[in-house]
Design a protein around this ligand. Sequence first.
Ligand code: ZN
Length: 133
Amino acid sequence: MVSVEVKIWKKEVTYQKDGVDKRATNFFLQLNDQLIPIEVKYFPQKKFNDRDPGYQGRVSALSLVAEMLPDKEKPAKVNPEQIACPKCGKFMRVDDKDDTTYYLVCDVCSIESKFDSKSVELNFTDSDGNPIT
Ligand SMILES: [Zn+2]
């Protein structure tokens, strides 16, 4: 028996049908780190004119136990030319840069900073490389 972490998620979506905005709920089953889209099956029945009277109830039951899927957090947009020195508050000077990293310095306070534009990570150090919090 494999141990798995199971979660049920839902996501409210809007779509267009015949030019009209429609709302729907998408469901996902999460097994460990896999997000698996699932759909409540619709069973058209002849005696109900091809409708499925139990469908809404099944959707509601699933919706009740499902948690809202959090939106993927977008990394904050940071302009490396406008990063304030944590001590004097002035914009730091871009001293050097390579493909992803900006090396910033405050000429007043001798505080240095490295800004990684990929991870959007920013850390400040003094001129000896000691971290400043
Ligand atoms: Zn400064």
